[in-house]
Design a protein around this ligand. Structure first.
Ligand code: 5GP
Length: 247
């Protein structure tokens, strides 16, 4: 075989370098949109309000949906705009279970953001390949998981007493049969412990429950879904009760 001419070698090395660079920088935005699992992200509205230091009024006192996120892909189709009309039948449930906790007077910006960033990637699977199916399917998964009633049953309620993160994770794993991921706000200055913010439960592309992390694997970095959220440290955590606002 004829050896490659030096200039073509140079060209292919350049292409390889550009591809690698593109992969590293753009794997979440463009190019490679391969993903393996779907993450149903529940967030605790009281903590969302604390995280953004916004004066939310009366956040819901139940876990709501943050999003349904493919694990390794974001913004997969910029030419598929969000259309509120397509989910109009779902609006009562969307407002109840998938509210914009930060801007409760206008939920649709949040839904648009979730569709563009995550839904356009989730739409690779037939069961989620339209806006109606993505939002409707997410609501079905959320209602099927029934996290709020499971936590109640387990006796895990917002409290001024702290919980051990391992107790919460073990209790959830016992109920769902898979390893969840729990995320917290690290303690701020003057605070003793981290604050519970998100609970993630993961699904296969066939929408069957699966582990979010494998046994022995640390909580897993990335995808925390908020400026201050991190995988919770083992140890005590605060599950903050809703604050009562004056009537
Ligand atoms: P992602 O962009 O991956 O969907 O989620 C992360 C972002 O969502 C963070 O910037 C976080 O502050 C924001 N976020 C979390 N909960 C809410 C919410 O209820 N409403 C809005 N508008 N943003 C939220």
């Amino acid at each position: 075989m004829k050896p490659a001419a030096p200039h073509s070698l140079l060209l292919s090395s350049l292409c390889l370098a550009l591809c690698c660079l593109g992969g590293a920088r753009g794997s979440r935005r463009s190019g490679n949109h391969e993903w393996k699992k779907l993450i149903m992200v529940h967030h605790w509205p009281v903590t969302v309000c604390k995280e953004v230091e916004n004066d939310c009024r009366d956040p819901p006192d139940y876990w709501t949906i943050h999003g349904l996120w493919p694990d390794k892909a974001e913004e997969c189709n910029g030419s598929w705009p969000f259309n509120l009309e397509e989910i109009k039948d779902l609006l009562p449930k969307m407002k109840m279970y998938w509210p914009d906790v930060i801007h409760p007077l206008n939920h649709s910006h949040f839904w648009k953001h979730e569709w563009e960033k995550h839904g356009t990637c989730a739409a690779q699977v037939d069961a989620l390949n339209s806006q109606k199916k993505y939002f409707g399917g997410s609501l079905d998964l959320y209602q099927g998981l029934a996290l709020n009633s499971m936590l109640q049953k387990l006796g895990i309620k917002p409290s001024i007493n702290y919980y051990q993160i391992s107790d919460i994770k073990d209790a959830l794993a016992g109920i769902y049969g898979v390893i969840p991921k729990v995320q917290c706000l690290p303690p701020k200055q003057g605070e003793e412990v981290q604050t519970i913010g998100q609970i993630e439960l993961c699904f296969t592309k066939e929408l069957r429950l699966r582990n979010c992390t494998e046994p022995g694997e640390p909580g897993g970095a990335g995808g925390a879904g908020g400026p201050g959220l991190e995988v919770c440290e083992d140890g005590p955590a605060f599950y903050p009760p809703p604050q009562q606002t004056a009537p």
